[in-house]
Design a protein around this ligand. Structure first.
Ligand code: 5GP
Ligand code: ZN
Length: 133
């Protein structure tokens, strides 16, 4: 019986893209662009947003490159869960889990997604308006 090994493909059959050279967040992962790190796990990185919109404004990303939330969810649901757990861990580390916080995944042009490497914004430390602008 033949054994077939498939390298670089996730369990759900989507291609895994480790790094995209021109991607800003891939360059933060590789250390080519500096960032103020908050937390790191084997597959995720959390760092402060360069233009904070709240007293706590941290970005949580997978180290591998996925363009947006839907691509990550389709490729690796386990990694998406890790990302959300890291967002909750960031909130605990920042002391805002009790007061409350918002986790935002901007997706596409109308939502203002500027960096096409999926990232969760973790925002808190002040009362956040609703609905968002
Ligand atoms: P988006 O608009 O794609 O949802 O969010 C991208 C975020 O990345 C923005 O909030 C922006 O301020 C942040 N950002 C852009 N360039 C850099 C950078 O070089 N370093 C860091 N830490 N954040 C950045
Ligand atoms: Zn990337």
């Amino acid at each position: 019986m033949a054994t077939i090994y498939v390298v670089g493909v996730t369990g759900e059959g989507q291609a895994r893209i480790p790094s995209v050279p021109e991607c800003l967040f891939c360059r933060i992962v590789s250390g080519g662009v500096p960032a103020s790190l908050v937390l790191e796990s084997s597959r995720t990185l959390s760092f402060r947003d360069i233009s904070p919109q709240a007293p706590t404004h941290v970005l949580v990303i997978p180290k591998d490159h996925y363009p947006d939330l839907a691509a990550l969810a389709a490729a690796d649901g386990g990694l998406l869960t890790e990302l959300v757990n890291q967002a909750a861990e960031v909130a605990r580390a920042e002391g805002i889990s009790g007061s409350g916080y918002r986790v935002v995944f901007n997706t596409g042009a109308d939502a203002g997604q500027a960096v096409p490497h999926v990232h969760a914004h973790v925002l808190g430390g002040r009362e956040l308006g609703w609905p968002p602008g």
